[in-house]
Every structure is written in C-alpha cells, then in structure tokens.
Design a protein around this ligand. Structure first.
Ligand SMILES: Nc1ncnc2c1ncn2[C@@H]1O[C@H](COP(=O)(O)OP(=O)(O)OP(=O)(O)O)[C@@H](O)[C@H]1O
Length: 275
C-alpha cells in the first residue's frame, strides 16, 4: 500500500450554502495539511468558516451545505469519496471531535458511564468498563468509579469537558478535532484543559485540529497556525512565524485585537524546544 505522509490532507475544499437567492462559500478553496502528532490551529473571527471547515472534514455539514474538493484524506483514507456508511466508522474511530459546549454532547437522563461504554466499539462489558475507567483517569477526573453513575448536569463545565475529551479518545483516534473546546470555560479551567490536551496529544501521538478565535489560547500549544477570514486561509505557517513575523494585514489585526496575548506568548526559545 502507498504510504501517505500526511495525517490530514485537504486540498481545494469549498463548502457552500445556497440560501435564498445566493450562495455563500463558508469555506472557499482551502488547502491544509498536517502530520501525526501535530497541532494545527485554525483561527479567525466569528463567521470566518472555522466550524464549517471542521464539519466538512467529517462530512457532517448540514443541508443545504455542499462540499467540493480535490482531496480530503485522513492517513491516506479518501474521505471525500467515501460512502456515508463508511464515514460512520471513520467518525469516532479515526477522527473524533469535541465541541464548545460539553452539556450538549451527553444525554441528560442517562448516566455518563453508560454513554461512555456505548462509545467503546469492541470488547466485553467488563473490558469496556475498564477502558472507560482508565480513560477517565487519564483525563484527570477524580473518583471515576463514582462518576460512571453520575449525570451530566451534576458535573462542572470543566469536569464535563474532561469527560467529553475522554469519550472522544476512547477509540484512540489519530485525529482529534477540537472546536472552541475551552471557550465556555473560565480562564483557569481553560488553561487546565489546554494542558490536558497537550499531554494527551503526546501520550497518544495524535494530531489535533484546534479551532479557536482566541490567539492567546492558540499561542500556548499550536505547532502550526492557519488564519482564516471569510472562508479563505489568508496566512498559514508555524506558530513562531504567525506570532512573530505575521505577513498578512488581517493576521496583524487579529494579533493587535488579542487582549491577553502579551503574557501568553511562548518565548522563541520555548517554541524551539517544542519543535
Ligand atoms: N447551515 C448553514 N446554512 C447557511 N449558512 C451557514 C450554515 N452554517 C454556516 N453558515 C454560514 O457559513 C459562514 C461560516 O460559519 P461558521 O460557523 O463556519 O464560522 P465560524 O468561524 O466557526 O464562526 P463561529 O466561531 O461563530 O462558530 C457563516 O457566514 C454562516 O452564516
């Protein structure tokens, strides 16, 4: 079999919505590539097309949206031409996603443990439970055995976000898509979740496609950054390049607008160390 150098290889992706008398290209000819073990952040203001890009990779764009591309591949798998049935096995297994609001990811009336165990694709009941407990420990959830019997509303936003991350990782995806995973959390909890994602990325050697409007958060852990504006990638490069040598006026504008950035920018030395 031919080997594929990229974990994710998107070329010429356009996602359009026909609304009333016109067509909006929410994503407009986007080309992006990422390697295993890499974090690629897609940054841009609200409405720039970030979530649509993420949903396009999973082919979860809702009607009337349509996707056109030259190529969407994950570890060589041709997602673009894949049937819906085959895509269902890619979702969760090869690529998993976490969202901004963990409360919407869980059924409010079902214990968390049951929902997590239903996500595990293989093994006996006992093995599934073991796997869930192990993953809950890895995401730093205190007293995981007890949490199996809890309901979503009894956990804080940060704890529930940890559970959603655990659920996403249960089938060991190679790619995690995280769409604004810390936006709804307060700053301290945000930092904890970012730290957790950074650790998990290393442990599992997975790639993270990280969607955010917050350059302060992106500066903390992205390897590559793609700046998105009105459906287009206007600048794309290493975190160091984007933050220290931005070329596009829109990137400079975003950097100027970022309120907390000064204290959170990694030093160039730190960037080198993580390279
Ligand atoms: N289902 C839909 N029908 C029509 N237009 C849509 C639909 N989904 C997204 N769009 C349009 O696509 C554009 C990009 O939206 P998208 O949600 O991808 O942006 P975003 O950068 O993720 O913003 P936010 O951070 O606010 O979610 C917007 O102009 C939006 O109106």
């Amino acid at each position: 079999m031919q080997s594929h150098p990229y974990l994710l290889d998107i070329r010429g992706l356009t996602t359009s919505f026909a609304v009333a008398d016109r067509t909006i290209s929410a994503v407009n000819g986007v080309t992006l590539r990422m390697h295993s073990g890499e974090t690629l952040a897609v940054v841009g203001e609200s409405g720039s097309g970030k979530s649509t890009l993420a949903l396009s990779v999973l082919k979860l764009v809702q009607k009337p949206g349509t996707i056109q591309a030259e190529c969407i591949r994950c570890h060589g798998k041709d997602l673009l031409n894949m049937s819906e049935r085959a895509m269902r096995s890619v979702r969760g297994k090869d690529i998993a996603m976490v969202f901004q609001d963990p409360a919407t990811a869980f059924h409010p009336m079902m214990p968390l443990g049951k929902q997590l165990m239903e996500t595990v694709r293989t093994g006996t009941r006992k093995e599934k439970k073991q796997r869930v407990l192990e993953m809950l420990m890895r995401v730093g959830l205190p007293d995981p055995e007890r949490q199996l019997r809890s309901y979503a509303h009894t956990l804080s936003g940060g704890m529930l976000q940890r559970v959603m991350i655990a659920m996403a990782l249960l089938n060991r995806p190679q790619l995690l898509i995280a769409d604004e995973p810390t936006t709804a959390l307060d700053v301290t909890v945000q930092a904890n979740i970012i730290g957790l994602l950074r650790d998990l990325k290393r442990q599992f050697h997975m790639g993270i496609l990280f969607i955010s409007h917050d350059l302060g958060v992106v500066a903390q852990f992205a390897d590559q950054v793609a700046v998105m504006r009105r459906g287009n990638i206007v600048e794309y490069g290493s975190t160091e390049k984007i933050f220290y040598h931005p070329e596009h006026p829109y990137t400079r504008h975003l950097l100027q607008m970022a309120p907390r950035l000064g204290s959170e920018l990694p030093s160039p030395v730190e960037i080198d160390r993580h390279a």
